[in-house]
Design a protein around this ligand. Structure first.
Ligand code: FES
Length: 114
């Protein structure tokens, strides 16, 4: 659970088979926008909130990666985040990180929790 946010428990996002490698899925936990994706077979999930200004990272639905498909990219000022850790490695919030969201697969369904 993230301090300051209500615990909404585990929320069903979508069937596991709908998220292939390098595919993203946006969803909400309570009123918190979040996104998840699969990279090299592993699921990762974060709050959709840039640590620089606290606004969503993407301008286009489910488009979060830079042109080289290496880093999560903030569309507003160009901060770059390591997909596996959420660490900001370049941009105005370098040294900060995305807020992770817990994610699991249960009975063929992806579930997420703060
Ligand atoms: S709002 Fe994301 S880098 Fe400024």
């Amino acid at each position: 659970m993230v301090e300051g946010y209500p615990d909404v428990g585990w929320v069903t996002v979508c069937p596991d088979e709908e998220v292939a490698n390098d595919q993203f899925r946006e969803f909400h936990l309570g009123d918190q926008p979040c996104f998840l994706f699969r990279r090299r077979g592993e699921l990762h999930a974060y709050r959709n909130q840039c640590p620089h200004l606290g606004i969503p990272l993407n301008w286009m639905p489910e488009k979060f990666m830079d042109l080289d498909n290496c880093f999560i990219h903030c569309a507003t000022h160009g901060a770059l985040f390591t997909p596996e850790s959420g660490d900001c490695i370049a941009g105005p919030c370098q040294g900060d990180r995305l807020i992770p969201v817990k994610v699991r697969v249960s009975g063929g369904v992806i579930e997420a929790s703060l």
